[in-house]
Design a protein around this ligand. Structure first.
Ligand SMILES: [Zn+2]
Length: 427
């Protein structure tokens, strides 16, 4: 006899479901008064103990598949009919990157029917839980071997009623086993083996999330617009400021002011003292090098040149100091330690206009002069000025007597070098 003809569950006269193991021995054969849950034919109980396995068999041999599933639908209906509510699992809805959890809850109902057809959507629900006050029914799909496929899933969602699939595939429902209590507990109290096929509660939440997302995107677009407006305003402000600072009148006034201030400028006063200069000593020309781009500073060139000379030449004395010098370090250090000596409107202006030199190109040019003087030695002085590097080879302040104080004479320890005659002059 084919396996599918051995039916584990039968329907008794009162409509209840009975498992073959629950039929008393004296009700063997047709005395069990059971019919097939699928086709309604009479069943014989084969439980007289002569064969090892008990089972129901159709009274008249014929093919009948799905009897177990049908029996479970009937059994589920019977279970639900004895209860007034069921647990449903948590669910999650998401719109784009926003998610919201729908918590597990208890859903009340008033009655249960089985295998009800919903005409328009061509759906037969395994069990239907009817609810009070015209609330939409909850559909229950019982899965043992056949789970709801994509096509039915789509139709269920179109129907729009809340729908839960209960997974009984692990319950070992067969000829030897039928655990009524475990199945009942799963149907009524379980959450883990249930999943939402259609959750109308999620629809409202999803609409809320979509609205939330829309508002958020609107806010972000507005913020972005404001940021761009601010940027454009700042750019325009910088442009006007740059134009103002670059006018000859402004530059002339700045030169006059910085020359007046030089003698008492605290950075220069501190550096003179560090170099051991007295008030009457003349500033050596290499701390007063005229370069194109001095408009980048709001102080006299001797202030920033002496600051660079002190950090990258004078302070290199001592064995523990690395001789390494780079334009990158020099400009970062000068910008960080002396913020107020810079013409802020021009510091980044080189990125927008070729009229203004970059601070790194001016500083690179100045360090190259110190290299010509013999304080530094070129390491890498090609490519972007920002990447130029040197080594300090003469970490000393060298005074120059007034009669030699011009770029013709390079500083040397105890004298100068005359670049015209190519001769050392000792004094
Ligand atoms: Zn049948």
């Amino acid at each position: 006899m084919a396996a599918e003809l051995k039916v584990p569950l039968g329907v008794r006269e009162d409509g209840s479901i009975i498992h073959i193991t629950e039929v008393p021995i004296e009700e063997n054969g047709l005395k069990c008064k059971c019919v097939c849950p699928k086709c309604g034919d009479r069943l014989q109980a084969r439980n007289a103990g002569k064969v090892r396995q008990h089972y129901f068999a159709h009274d008249k041999h014929h093919s009948c598949e799905g009897a177990t599933e049908s029996a479970l639908h009937l059994f589920a209906k019977e279970v639900f009919s004895r209860h007034a509510s069921m647990r449903v699992p948590p669910d999650e809805v998401w719109v784009d990157y926003l998610t919201r959890e729908i918590p597990a809850m208890t859903v009340p109902f008033v009655s249960a029917t089985t295998e009800e057809r919903f005409g328009d959507a061509d759906i037969i629900a395994d069990v239907v839980l009817h609810r009070a006050n015209d609330k939409p029914p909850v559909l229950i799909e019982i899965a043992v071997t056949h789970f709801v496929d994509d096509e039915k899933h789509v139709r269920l969602r179109r129907l729009g009623y809340p729908c839960i699939e209960v997974d009984l595939s692990e319950m070992h429902i067969g000829l030897v086993e039928f655990d009524r209590e475990a199945i009942e507990d799963t149907l009524i109290n379980g959450e883990d083996l249930k999943r939402w096929l259609c959750n109308p509660y999620g629809r409202r939440l999803r609409a809320e999330l979509a609205e939330e997302l829309r508002l958020k995107e609107e806010r972000e677009a507005e913020q972005q617009r404001k940021r761009e407006e601010r940027k454009a305003r700042a750019k325009e402000h910088n442009r006007r400021e740059r134009e103002r600072v670059m006018t000859p009148e402004y530059q002339k006034a700045m030169t006059e002011r910085t020359e007046q201030e030089l003698a008492t400028h605290p950075i220069w006063v501190a550096n003179r003292r560090a170099f051991g200069m007295s008030d009457s000593d003349e500033t050596p020309w290499y701390l007063n090098v005229e370069l194109n781009g001095e408009y980048l500073w709001t102080v006299h060139r001797t202030v920033w040149q002496s600051a660079l000379f002190r950090s990258w030449v004078f302070n290199k004395a001592g064995n523990e100091r690395s001789p390494f010098v780079s334009v990158k370090f020099a400009i970062d250090h000068l910008h960080d330690t002396h913020k107020n000596i810079w013409e802020n409107a021009l510091y980044w202006a080189w990125q927008d206009t070729s009229e203004v030199r970059s601070p790194s190109s001016v500083i690179a040019e100045y360090l190259a002069v110190l290299a010509d003087c013999g304080f530094l030695k070129d390491e890498q002085t090609w490519g972007m000025p920002y990447s130029w590097t040197f080594n300090c080879v003469l970490p000393k302040f060298l005074p120059i007597p007034p009669e030699y104080n011009n770029p013709r004479y390079l500083p040397r320890a105890g004298g100068v070098f005359d670049t015209q005659t190519q001769r050392d002059i000792k004094f």
